[in-house]
Design a protein around this ligand. Structure first.
Ligand code: CTP
Length: 404
């Protein structure tokens, strides 16, 4: 859009009327206190792309927390301030959430450390951001309402469909931006600019410094975007997996990931398992990423299951006797990764079966609860799996014979 009137009509078209009005009122209050206030970040990018986005992020040249407090006192609602960061979240009386921050400059003394922060102006605030498409600001002071500030050719890159960082150390300072870039590239069908692509590859080893939780989070975001496999492929092209884990994904990796997603197993830990399983020292590489008890158990069981002698033509009861204590997920993953179709069949059947008898049925016929119950129920499961018992009646008769 070339003029601010065009921007204003876009805002009217894409934002809920109550949000639009709120921005107008906010601009008037900013005027009253002689503060420059801007809408920034994803929402500005999305307005330019004609996409909806309801994340209202405001920056103030001045004290953001103070300004947020003024907004709440004049327009109602509540403030949650994080004074240390100069940020506040204002929740209006109609439940619109607005983040208000102070324009700031951030310095990184060393990669991975938290940045040193000081108040600054809008240009400086935009300069520290990730990609040019995210560096546009839209002014909301009344006289300038709808004016776009575009210091870093964000609109040019939107036209060219490019993901471009602002300076050479961007990925080094914050290597998670590699993931963010991939997300935006896939979301909008954009390409990394050449230099950005090179610098992402160079910075890929820096991802070793991000926490396991963070890596999980980034994978989850790709998943939420509906682009997990495409995203992991792009990350591969950016040398992320070889830098992080010394692994090279293959066609099978992508196939297994798709199978996993189709089975609705979307825990990011499974994605890492698929990526790493079978590679050199896969267990050592995977273990630091097991953050829950279940994930640790999965690793342990995956190691264990490979030592069990399982055969394609084993009766289901035999498989069950070896595998009853294994998690469904372990069996599924192992079946997938080692391409053992018969284990998938076993797992399927094991999930479908409901035992014809319960502990209560055993008590009803006068048995005393104890360890023998689980033995009996295990035997019954085996018989049902092999279809030697097909009805509750057959189960009861079988039980009677056992006791007799
Ligand atoms: N940002 C950044 N570096 C990061 C994370 C965020 O520079 N590692 C900046 C970006 O400029 C971004 C803004 O902070 O526009 C807000 O971040 P976020 O809300 O995560 O991004 P959005 O661009 O709003 O993305 P999305 O549409 O996915 O919410």
């Amino acid at each position: 859009p070339s003029s601010n009137s065009e921007m204003v009509s876009r805002m009217k078209a894409l934002l809920p009327p109550s949000t639009f009005e709120l921005l107008e009122k906010t601009g008037l209050i900013a005027d009253k206190y002689k503060l420059n206030v801007y809408l920034i970040g994803g929402i500005v990018r999305d307005l330019l792309l004609n996409r909806q986005n309801e994340d209202i992020d405001l920056v103030v040249e001045g004290d953001g927390v103070e300004f947020a407090k003024k907004l709440a006192s004049e327009l109602g609602g509540e403030i949650k301030a994080h004074d240390a960061f100069g940020t506040a979240t204002w929740t209006t009386s109609t439940s619109i959430k607005v983040d208000v921050v102070t324009c700031r400059t951030e310095y990184y003394e060393a990669p991975g450390l938290l940045p040193i922060v000081r108040a600054s102006n809008i240009r400086e605030d935009l300069r520290r951001r990730d990609f040019t498409i995210n560096t546009m600001a839209l002014r909301i002071n009344k006289q300038y309402f709808g004016d776009i500030l575009d210091y870093f050719q964000g609109q040019v890159d939107i036209k060219k469909k490019k993901i471009r960082i602002l300076h050479n150390l961007s990925f080094i300072e914050d290597p998670t931006r590699i993931f963010r870039g991939v997300r935006f590239a896939l979301r909008f069908s954009y390409q990394f600019a050449d230099q950005t692509n090179r610098l992402a590859k160079d910075a890929a080893p820096m991802l070793k410094h991000i926490s396991a939780l963070r890596l999980h989070r980034e994978l989850e975001l790709l998943m939420a975007e509906g682009q997990l496999v495409e995203g992991m492929k792009m990350l591969d092209q950016l040398h992320v997996w070889v830098s992080l884990f010394e692994v090279k994904p293959t066609l099978k990796t992508w196939k297994h990931l798709n199978q996993m997603i189709n089975a609705k197993l979307t825990d990011s830990f499974y994605f890492l398992t698929i990526l790493l399983y079978g590679s050199k020292k896969w267990k050592d590489k995977l273990t630091p990423y097991a953050l829950t008890a279940k994930q640790s158990k999965l690793v342990q069981q995956l190691v264990q299951i490979t030592t069990i002698d399982l055969k394609d033509n084993d009766m289901l009861s035999k498989l069950h006797t070896s595998l009853f204590s294994f998690l469904d997920e372990t069996i599924f993953l192992y079946a997938l990764l080692d391409e053992k179709e018969y284990l998938l069949k076993y797992l399927q059947k094991r999930k479908e079966i409901t035992l014809f008898l319960t502990g209560n049925d055993l008590i009803k016929i006068g048995m005393k609860p104890g360890p023998v119950f689980s033995t009996i129920l295990h035997q019954l499961m085996c018989l049902q799996l092999d279809e030697h018992i097909r009805t509750k009646e057959e189960a009861i008769n079988w039980l009677k014979n056992q006791r007799g």
